[in-house]
Design a protein. Structure first.
Length: 387
């Protein structure tokens, strides 16, 4: 299990300074591993390609939490718990109804998750068993929260979850009241698997920092949601889609990109702090986006995406990241653009909670050192002499 390591003051001062802590080891984990040089990702030792091809989000969540793939009986019991905990407390729904309609979807999700802590029957209990129960309730109900807020802001009443649909299919049903096709539900299920965990990214690190103070699980997840809300982390897929909409047509892609390069504007969906090769999750999302285009009969967005990739990589040698193809995939599913990041959170909460368990299991307060670069020995000047 994880041992969060805070270096000694002497070691911290001797170590080379790296902005954004790039390349620095801040924790030991058995949850996921990224091989950025070769473009590989594993969860608990299992290759992401095997999970994407053969698993489900529910099974993958059980893997992340318990360390092993569940048996048939264990998975059935796990799925039953998921289904039973999809509804949100009426008090939390009241919080959502009271929010200004201009509130962002991520802001509404953060607020609802924070509020739900007060109504959790295990509030105040920080044992592993209690935290697993909290995690089941959070992971099961976050799609309900996001879908409810989307409908509330449109002046519509939320749709109750169904107990005969998968986690992915149920979310799509609650958005608009229509049961998705098997292909659409499967595509979202795979996308949720691909986003479930990804090493010590910014939001996961935020969750672990909060957990390291022995604050409760809900507080850790609120910290993670607040971090994911930032456009440099969770909002990138939204920006990819807004770029595609701005470009408008495949014939406009190359001139638009060449102009962006000339003006030194960042093109979202390319480049990654860790990956030097294409993100393996992007390979699956590309496949799913092509399948969704065939399903809907609209190839416009995937055609533009492929042309954009061709032009960018011919000029910049940047790998494609997870945000690039997920944008057109979600858009073709009729998921509103500002729900792309909340959808990320709906998946990543499974990884966040796994990291919180791991942090608690062998905890040490995460408290890195900083390098002071300000003035020293500044004399105090009395206020009467400052004019």
């Amino acid at each position: 299990m994880t041992i969060s390591e805070t270096p000694t003051v002497e070691a911290a001062r001797a170590a080379p300074r790296k902005e954004g802590m790039e390349g620095m080891i801040a924790a030991r984990t058995a949850i996921s591993k990224i091989d950025g040089l070769n473009g590989h990702l594993i969860y608990r030792g299992l290759d992401i390609n095997d999970l994407a091809e053969r698993s489900t989000f529910e099974e993958t969540t059980a893997l992340l939490w318990y360390g092993n793939l569940p048996t048939t009986t264990q998975l059935k019991n796990f799925n039953d718990k998921f289904v039973r905990n999809r509804l949100i407390p009426n008090q939390v729904l009241s919080f959502l109804l009271a929010l200004p309609r201009r509130t962002s979807a991520m802001g509404a999700l953060r607020t609802a998750v924070s509020a739900s802590a007060a109504f959790d029957p295990n509030e105040g209990d920080n044992s592993l068993e209690a935290n697993v129960n909290k995690s089941i309730r959070l992971t099961s109900s976050m799609p309900t929260i996001v879908a409810a807020w989307h409908r509330i802001r449109q002046g519509l009443w939320p749709i109750n979850p169904r107990d005969d649909l998968s986690h992915a299919a149920n979310f799509l049903y609650m958005l608009n009241g229509k049961e998705p096709t098997e292909k659409v539900a499967h595509a979202l299920d795979v996308a949720l698997i691909l986003h479930a965990d990804h090493g010590l990214n910014a939001s996961t690190f935020a969750a672990r920092v909060t957990a390291s103070t022995l604050s409760n699980l809900h507080s850790s997840i609120v910290s993670a949601i607040g971090t994911l809300k930032g456009p440099l982390h969770g909002g990138a897929n939204e920006q990819v889609m807004r770029t595609l909409l701005q470009v408008g047509d495949v014939d406009n892609v190359e001139p638009w990109l060449l102009n962006a390069f000339e003006e030194k504007r960042k093109v979202m969906g390319f480049g990654h702090r860790v990956y030097k090769a294409d993100d393996p999750r992007a390979t699956w999302l590309r496949k799913l986006a092509h399948e969704m285009a065939a399903e809907t009969g609209d190839t416009r967005w995937i055609d533009m995406s492929e042309k954009m990739r061709e032009v960018v990589q011919a000029n910049k040698q940047l790998p494609v990241n997870v945000d690039f193809y997920s944008a057109s995939l979600y858009y073709m599913m009729d998921i509103p653009i500002d729900l792309f990041t909340p959808l990320f959170a709906i998946s990543r909460v499974s990884g966040w909670t796994a990291h919180v368990y791991e942090q608690y299991s062998n905890n040490r307060l995460i408290r890195p050192e900083s390098e002071y670069i300000g003035l020293e020995n500044v004399p105090y000047v009395p206020i009467a002499e400052r004019d």
